[in-house]
Ligand binder design. Structure first.
Ligand code: HEC
Length: 151
């Protein structure tokens, strides 16, 4: 019984560990969030390329939209204290990001909702609907970059 109790306590401690415990060093957290954004940017670019093609490959768009949807949930964990500056690849985050959690959450949720709609439109397969939703998704990325990313 005592052993079981210790195991349960240990499990609870692990589950409650702060996000910072996932990263050995601050630059690992920066690289983690940048990596998620790189995936998102790369696959937005691929969708853009398909939408410019004479006959867009809807399967490829669907795959890219699914990658963006999955990756869009990841970056936030990497914005831990101590990562306002620095990074193996210098971070471009603005200091304001760490001071206005409500605004960040709002912009992140807006982007999340547009990305989900993009994935849904891609599943539907209507190229005009995908194109319209791609534009809305891009705007939701840009509005956060305008406020919280340098350049
Ligand atoms: C909630 C705010 C927010 C939203 C929404 C957002 N970004 Fe970003 N993005 C950032 C910040 C902050 C950085 C800088 C991260 C760093 O350097 O530490 C960034 C960086 C990037 C980078 C550069 C990554 C690198 O290091 O090379 C790309 C590409 C990118 N975002 C794409 C996207 C795309 C595509 C979307 C929409 C699908 C998006 N972002 C939505 C805040 C956001």
């Amino acid at each position: 019984m005592k052993l079981l109790h210790s195991v349960l306590v240990a499990a609870t401690v692990i589950a409650a560990a702060p996000a910072s415990a996932q990263f050995a060093k601050p630059e690992d957290a920066i690289l983690y969030r940048q990596s998620a954004f790189v995936l998102m940017g790369n696959h937005m670019g691929r969708i853009n390329g398909q939408l410019k093609a004479d006959s867009p490959n809807v399967d490829a768009i669907r795959n890219s939209a699914a990658v963006i949807e999955a990756a869009s949930k990841l970056p936030y964990e990497g914005f831990i204290a101590g990562t306002e500056t620095g990074g193996a690849r210098a971070t471009r985050v603005k200091a304001e990001y760490f001071k206005d959690a409500a605004k960040v959450k709002n912009l992140a949720e807006k982007m999340q909702s547009e990305v989900s709609k993009l994935a849904a439109a891609a599943k539907g397969g209507d190229v005009a609907a995908i194109r319209a939703q791609f534009g809305e998704t891009g705007k939701s990325c840009k509005s956060c970059h305008d406020d919280f990313r340098k350049d």
